[in-house]
Every structure is written in C-alpha cells, then in structure tokens.
Design a protein around this ligand. Structure first.
Ligand code: MSP
Length: 506
C-alpha cells in the first residue's frame, strides 16, 4: 500500500458496444469493494471506471445499429454509468475515451514515446480479431482457424501502420518482474506473463489507416492514421489522474496502486502498458491484479457468445447486498467461477439470513430485553479487538482473496453463535441465577462482535453495514473517523433495533 496514504484503483474501461453484463458487474464490484476498504481504513481514494469508445468493435456495432457513432456511444456509456448507480459503485471518475481531454493526453503520450524512438512505421499483414481488438498469430487460433474466445474468424489486415517497439523491452520487463514479485497477482498469472517475456516479445501495431478505420484518436503529426484502440485505452489510466493537464494532481495519484483486470487482458496491462510507460518516461503502476471469468457451460460469459446475464435483472431478483457478497464470497479471485441463482439463494439463507442477520437480531433483542436497550458495562478486561480476524481479513484483501477475508469474518460470527448456545444468556438473565455480571460481560462481547462485523462487511455490503451501525446506536461516518485498531463500543449507548437485515425471500 502507498505510503502517501492515497490509493488509486482502476477498473478496465468497458467497450461501449452493448449493455453491461454480469462479467462487467463482477470486475466493477471487485474494484468497489477494494476502494471502499481503503476509504474505511482512512485512505484517500481515487477510483476510476468508464467506457472504451474507440476501435473496430465499437465502430461496427454503431454501424449495425444504424446510428451516428457518437450518439450510439452516448447511449451505451449511459448504461454503464447507470450500472454504477444501480450497483452502489463508489467511483470518483467515469472516464469516456471520447472526451477531448483524454484524446489530447493520449496524443501527448504518443509524442513522448515517439520522441524516445519507440514508434516507427512499416507495412504489415496480419490476422486481427475484432472481438479481442488484437492481432493473432496462427498458433493463437483453434483448429478451425477461429479465435478461441470469440469463435470468430480473424480478418486479414494489410496496411502501413505505426508500430511500438515492444521487442526492445524484454530485459526491462524481466527486471521489473524479478524485482517486484507482486507486480502481477496471482502468482499463476505472473508466471504466464513471465513465460511470454521469455518466449520473446514482438513489436505491436499501434495505429490503423483512416481508410480502414476512422473511429479513433488521430495520430499526432499524421492525419491519415488513428491510434490502435489499446494504445489509446490504456492511457486513460493516466489521463484520468491528470497526465499532461494537471501536474500536481498527477503527482498525487500516479503511479496507480492497482489496475484490476480480467485474465484475457492481462498481457496488455502487464507487458504492453509498462513498456509504453517506460518509453514515455512515466512511472509504472504498482500492481496488476488479474481475476478469472464467470463462465456459462465452461465458456466465458460474453456479448459475442450471446450467453450473458443482465446485472439489472439480477438485482431485481435478489437484494443488491446479497449479490455483491455472493460474487466475492463464492468465486475465488484467481479462479473461474459459475454464477448460479441456486447457489445465491443458498448463500442468502445460510450466510446472510441465518448467519449474520440472525446473530445480529438475536444479540440486539437480548440487549433490548436484558439490559434495557443499552450496551452494558463489562466488568472484565477481556481483549475484544479480534486482531487475528483483522489480520486474516487484511491478508485476504492484500491477496485479493475476498473469499478468505469473508471466511475469517464468518468464523467469528459462528464463534459468537456457539458462545450463545453454550452460555445460554436467557438462563443468566434469570434474577434467581444472580449472574448479572457474567451476562453483561457476555452481551458486551457479543455486541462488540456485531460492531466489528459492521466494519468488516462495509466494503461488500455498504448499506447493510450502515444499517448495522445505526441499529447499534452509532453513525457510520462518525465511526469511520476512528482508527480501526481502536474501535470500541461505549457502554451505555442506546441501541435502535430495527427490522432484520436480511428478510426471508418469498
Ligand atoms: N475495453 C477493454 C479494456 C480496456 S482497459 C484499458 C475490454 N473491455 S471489455 O468490456 O471486453 O471487458 C472489460 C472487463 O470485463 C475485463 O476485465 C473482462 O475480463 C471483464 N469481463 C468481461 N466478461 C467477463 C466474464 N465473463 N467474467 C469475468 N469478467 C469478464 O476488455
């Protein structure tokens, strides 16, 4: 984590070709959870998401829709912005690469790399997959000559283009990977990239002739060419942080702390992007975190394959908090995973309604009943800081293993349930038992666990966390002013028990 106490996180920018689907929702939620985690810890966060609005795919879709390209993009981008609202995404910037200020910065960046001698022009013939927006070699294709991800035949392209001298960066990238073993996480994805460097990197085409594709950022000094979509798209990460416009802002936020990306776009971020940055004399980001795919019948969910689930429909069927929790609890970051309504329903019942929701309701009901609705005063000096849980939780976040972070929290919740069953507070509450001190200590412990849980779940389920703080008689924004290591419930605080956090679904 940055010593500056700032944290800059980016999601990929989504192709504004069609409506968002569950895969985009997944990436965006991951970023939101990490951004909220850092804000909760008191860091100043910049969280960027947005839309990628150039290239062949976008242009073709606008043509198919028989719409003016920019008007089509405005419609599509609005859907992604709406997704951020509907999913309670806390992004600070929504970038669109069709913004003029982005285009200017991308051109500035191109000039720096050009001046460094890394951009040159040559005649080229190659196979281009529009779905990937990338050139392919024969060995990248399946036995039928199709792109394995998009099941489409690549186009043969013959033109004179600008190239970026990626081949010159093998040694520098090797050094970067060696010196920063966590530059790419998880380990398996780092190794894949390292193997590509070992195989040898080839120069990449970074422009298109306008007669073939006019929809792009114009190449500085050559009005016949536009930039290759990835060259322009990657620079969005620096333009959003102020590159070539606001020196002070840029110094504050760059280098980014992490770019979160899906596995199919890892190589653009882990190889091409650092090389481009070194070439243009800009620092490289601190980390690339690579997640797996949500699959349907073993294949990536994608618009091109037509097997997509609609985020807006999903959150009509299940509470948003549950969906956010489910995706990060169910699918380990480094693996592919399946989204199933059946599993979502099961986890809703087991983890949320019967787990967190039931414990919270039980504890608050007992405080209402036995201690007059006030947090009791404990008499003992038992340690109630749950450092071991925070440790596992933080380690989970560090490794992007949200499933582990959540498992640590749910182990704590289960331990609280167990204590209730063993100590039987209803018996301690009987005046004849003369166990008031023990009861107060126990209820204080249970309330403290609920209090910590309200912090722990915040990044995943912000509105549930807010409700938990409120029912505990606290205020979320006041709470987050405290150092997380020093959080403690004040005895005497009046609770405000409300309705169950997770009502039964009908
Ligand atoms: N526009 C480029 C990214 C440019 S970043 C400078 C792009 N866009 S995309 O819309 O195709 O994908 C954006 C992100 O969504 C990627 O990280 C991708 O992995 C993610 N997902 C798209 N489908 C997905 C699944 N089925 N499952 C999980 N995430 C997937 O690539």
């Amino acid at each position: 984590m940055s010593k500056k106490n700032t944290f800059y996180i980016t999601s990929p920018i989504y192709y504004a070709t069609a409506a968002p689907h569950l895969g985009h929702m997944y990436t965006t939620i991951i970023c939101d959870v990490v951004a909220r985690y850092h804000r909760m810890l008191g860091h100043e966060v910049l969280f960027l998401t947005g839309t990628d609005e150039h290239g062949s795919k976008v242009y073709q879709k606008a043509q198919e829709a028989r719409k003016d390209t920019q008007a089509f993009l405005d419609e599509q981008a609005a859907k992604y912005e709406l997704m951020t609202d509907v999913l309670d995404i806390s992004n600070d910037i929504f970038m669109r690469t069709s913004y003029d200020w982005h285009k200017k910065a991308a051109q500035e960046f191109w000039k720096r790399s050009f001046e460094h001698g890394d951009i040159y022009k040559k005649k080229y013939t190659g196979l281009y997959c529009v779905g990937c927006e990338a050139f392919k070699t024969e060995k990248d294709l399946d036995e039928k000559g199709l792109c394995p991800d998009h099941k489409q035949k690549p186009e043969r392209i013959e033109e004179e283009n600008y190239f970026f001298r990626l081949s010159a960066y093998g040694a520098k990238l090797k050094k970067l990977f060696k010196e920063n073993p966590e530059f790419v996480i998880p380990e398996g994805k780092r190794k894949e990239m390292h193997a590509l460097i070992e195989e040898g990197l080839e120069d990449v085409s970074i422009s298109r002739h306008k007669s073939k594709l006019s929809w792009g950022v114009e190449v500085p000094g050559d009005s016949e060419q536009v930039m290759y979509v990835w060259f322009d798209a990657l620079t969005n990460y620096i333009t959003a942080a102020g590159y070539a416009q606001d020196e002070k802002k840029f110094k504050k936020w760059w280098p980014a702390d992490v770019h979160v990306v899906g596995k199919e776009i890892n190589r653009f971020h882990s190889l091409l992007w650092p090389a481009m940055l070194i070439s243009a004399g800009v620092d490289i980001p601190k980390q690339i975190a690579v997640h797996g795919w949500i699959t349907v019948d073993g294949q990536k969910m994608s618009k091109t394959l037509g097997n997509v689930l609609d985020p807006f429909e999903i959150v009509k069927q299940f509470p948003l908090s549950a969906v956010r929790y489910f995706m990060l609890r169910e699918i380990p970051f480094d693996s592919d995973g399946v989204f199933s309504f059946k599993r979502l329903g099961e986890r809703y019942e087991a983890d949320l309604a019967n787990g967190l929701g039931n414990l919270f309701y039980r504890v608050l009901s007992m405080i209402e009943k036995y201690t007059d609705g006030c947090i009791p005063q404990p008499s003992d000096d038992a340690v109630r800081t749950y450092e071991h849980v925070w440790k596992e939780y933080n380690e989970g976040f560090r490794a992007f293993r949200f499933d582990r972070a959540l498992e640590a929290v749910w182990a704590l919740l289960r331990s609280a349930d167990q204590v209730i069953n063993e100590e039987e507070p209803w018996k301690l509450a009987d005046p004849a038992a003369k166990q008031e001190v023990k009861l107060n200590n126990l209820l204080y412990t249970l309330a403290t666990i609920c209090h910590h849980a309200a912090w722990f779940v915040y990044p995943f389920m912000p509105s549930i966390s807010e409700a938990m703080f409120e029912q505990l008689g606290l205020n979320i924004s006041e709470e987050f002013k405290h150092d997380v290591k020093k959080i403690a419930l004040k005895p005497g605080t009046k609770i405000k028990k409300g309705s169950p956090l997770f009502p039964r679904l009908v």
